[in-house]
Design a binder for this molecule. Structure first.
Ligand code: SAM
Length: 206
């Protein structure tokens, strides 16, 4: 089984269990408040690797027109049930061909860290392409250097992670054409002992 198939199969197996670990008031969810304040009402938002849509897509869809994308069918089935006001697509986020200038903002929580890191720059460049001028990204990226990690029992499934360290990630986001607004390392409540880099950045003016 290749690494992406491991991730997709894993989240199809643990979708409901993973959902029980997500809370509405954790520090990562609180970061969405500032993201919301910076965007116009009714803005078009892409949630890349949306999982079951809770808490992120559900929170954002109170204010915005949200499109969630995830390649795990069970996650998308739950998301459509739990967040009926949003739109959901079952696709690999590294293969998105949505039109350029489609979104006011793109957020991605805990999904990029499950994608082979050699693909991260192309993914962030594609986010840049899909954003409108001055569009925002709020991304969860790696905080430490980890070429590949496999855990045999992550909430009951085999799971894969891959990411760069925080400094490399911040340079990558800048090289993709974004100005960094802030970055923070935030503890991951679903995986005790681990923490990730959250980055809020704006598409640079040409
Ligand atoms: C840890 S969960 C996070 C879900 C949600 N963003 C949240 O904050 O609760 C990661 C999600 O990313 C999805 N994912 C990972 N790699 C993906 C890819 N290449 N394309 C689409 N979805 C992906 C997984 O299926 C999973 O639902």
């Amino acid at each position: 089984m290749d690494d992406k198939t491991t991730v997709k199969a894993g989240y199809n197996t643990i979708a409901a269990k993973y959902l029980t670990t997500r809370t509405e008031d954790s520090e990562d969810v609180q970061l969405l408040r500032e993201f919301v304040q910076r965007l116009p009402k009714g803005a078009e938002i892409l949630d890349a690797g949306c999982g079951a849509g809770v808490p992120v897509a559900r929170y954002l869809s109170q204010f915005f027109d949200v499109t969630g994308v995830d390649f795990a069918e069970e996650q998308i089935r739950l998301a459509r049930q739990l967040v009926p006001q949003a739109h959901f697509l079952c696709q690999d986020i590294t293969q998105l061909t949505l039109a350029e200038n489609s979104f006011d903002a793109i957020c991605s929580y805990y999904a990029i860290i499950h994608i082979p890191r050699r693909e991260h720059q192309a993914l962030v460049l594609n986010f840049h392409r899909m954003l409108k001028p001055s569009g925002l990204v709020l991304l969860c990226l790696g905080a430490g250097d980890l070429e590949k990690d496999i855990e045999e029992d992550y909430h009951g499934a085999r799971m894969y992670w891959s990411h760069y360290d925080a400094e490399t990630n911040l340079n990558m986001v800048k090289e993709c054409g974004f100005d960094i607004i802030w970055s923070k390392v935030v503890a991951d409540d679903t995986s005790p002992g681990s923490a990730h880099l959250f980055v809020l950045a704006q598409k640079s003016c040409a």
